[in-house]
Design a protein around this ligand. Structure first.
Ligand SMILES: Cc1ncc(COP(=O)(O)O)c(C=O)c1O
Length: 463
């Protein structure tokens, strides 16, 4: 699970006549246009009703042009020593990973399943790093077999298991050692819900040094450097810059103390995006200056002149490229509260309930003539299934389409699609005015396949 920001509810909004919430409008000046999938009521430039007719609702759509734009923006600010590996966990759709492989990015995978997916999507194994606590032997063995760029080791125990598997395979495995951020690199914490993982990520400074010495001596391990993930959804360039600086300093100190050749420093992901209308966007110009300074420091020292720095963004590349589109099936007023019920909800977009973060919602169509507070909910028998509560907007009517924005990262993949046996939405990619199905809808009947009534039950059916 990614660390996520706690919600800060925007100030109470006033009615607005345009079919959006007043919170959609800037309070001071006009913010720069966002690179996002829904523009002028169209989805990736296409007519929403046309997409809904072709693919059915609800559905997820990703604008690959927006993804490419985000990649280009980020690449544009990186110094020469820096590289990008896409954090597959943000959106593991095969087509998404394939698109990013096509743009020349590497991948950060967090499981054997993601490793297999990234390779199938066309990522060269030499561009894949594997990170995450609790890697099973089968997953480590797959990483050894595949010849990936680096396995990020999270504990001394995992290091020993990896070394054993590498020895069995007669291989030499490149490794990064994951530093537990508060102890090892002293990142100033950004207050996030569940951000520190209570010690589950990485090693403290003592273990890190012991592990580095072991890895450095092992004939089956090739110690490249360290990995440190700071915090997720950070929109403050200085917080990100500080994390990069501290990770680089920690890596240099460790390499000097243990005496290994520092070739790779993985600073993780965490680049944030605005979710709510008044949220700040990451200042890429400020980040560029911080990264340039870090790159220059590395270039100045003979020991680090050839050291590469890997960033693992997920959210920044995919977040605004995705929308979840659902249709209004009911509308009512309950004790004065206007409620709109969609044919999809938090079983497909869990994030609002999971981290208390509201996403912007767009009515794709005219909406009603008057704006007033409206709650938009899904069809689940759960009070948690609320996408926005009391948002001031011109409400959609039954049959209208609405889009939940900024769900390209940690949207579908972080949800719970089996809850209440509704269909699982299809995923659609859009590029240059063309839409393609990249994952088909799953009807509930399909889940019955693979299920069985136990054999002791009269009339039992096998799997
Ligand atoms: C190890 C690692 N790398 C990269 C990421 C991607 O982070 P983000 O999507 O915030 O950029 C994560 C997210 O949890 C992570 O755990």
């Amino acid at each position: 699970m990614t660390a996520e920001p706690s919600i800060v509810r925007p100030p109470a909004a006033a009615p607005d006549e345009r079919g959006g919430t007043r919170r959609d409008q800037p309070r001071r000046g006009r913010p720069p246009a966002r690179n996002e999938i829904v523009r002028n009521g169209r989805i990736g430039g296409l007519e929403p009703e046309h997409l809904a007719g072709r693919f059915g609702t609800p559905f997820y759509a990703y604008d690959f042009g927006v993804v490419t734009g985000q990649v280009n923006e980020l690449r544009g600010i990186l110094p020469p020593a820096f590289e990008l590996a896409y954090a597959v966990k943000a959106n593991p759709a095969l087509a998404v990973v394939n698109h990013l492989a096509g743009l020349g990015l590497g991948a950060d995978v967090a499981s054997g399943g993601e490793l297999a997916l990234a390779i199938r999507a066309g990522m060269p194994p030499a561009e894949i790093v594997m990170t995450g606590p609790g890697k099973r032997d089968t997953e480590l063995a797959a990483a050894v077999r595949s010849g990936i760029r680096a396995v990020t080791v999270e504990s001394r125990g995992e290091l020993a298991r990896l070394e054993g598997l590498a020895a069995e395979a007669g291989a030499v495995v490149p490794v990064l050692l994951r530093a537990a951020v508060p102890a090892a690199v002293g990142l100033e914490r950004v207050r996030l819900v569940g951000d520190d993982g209570a010690g589950k990520f990485g090693m403290d400074a003592t273990d890190l040094e012991v592990a580095a010495a072991i890895a450095d001596r092992s004939p089956h391990l090739d110690l490249l450097g360290i990995h440190a993930f700071g915090a997720s959804n950070v929109v403050d360039a200085d917080v990100l810059g500080d994390h990069v600086d501290r990770t680089i300093e920690a890596a240099c100190r460790l390499a000097a103390r243990v005496g290994f050749d520092l070739r790779l420093i993985d600073v993780g992901g965490g680049l944030g995006i605005p979710y709510e209308p008044d949220d700040r966007a990451l200042d890429l110009t400020a980040l560029e200056a911080r990264l340039a300074a870090a790159g220059a420091r590395l270039a100045r020292s003979p020991a680090t002149r050839a050291t590469r720095v890997l960033m693992e963004p997920g959210r920044f590349l995919l977040g605004s490229a995705g929308a979840y589109v659902a249709r209004v099936v009911d509308r009512k007023v309950v004790d004065g509260t206007h409620v709109v019920i969609l044919d999809g909800g938090i079983h497909h977009v869990l994030r609002p309930a999971l981290v208390g973060q509201e996403h912007r919602i767009r009515v794709l169509g005219a909406g009603g003539p008057k704006a007033f507070p409206v709650t938009i909910a899904g069809p689940l028998c759960s009070g948690l299934d609320i996408l926005v509560a009391q948002a001031v907007m011109a409400p959609p009517g039954v049959g209208d389409l609405v889009a939940v924005l900024d769900v390209g990262a940690y949207g579908f993949t972080e949800s719970m699609p089996l809850f209440l046996s509704h269909p699982v939405p299809p995923e659609i990619a859009i590029l240059d005015g063309e839409a393609a199905l990249i994952r088909r809808r799953i009807e509930p009947e399909a889940w019955l396949e693979g299920q069985a009534v136990p054999p002791w039950h009269a009339g039992a059916q096998g799997v």
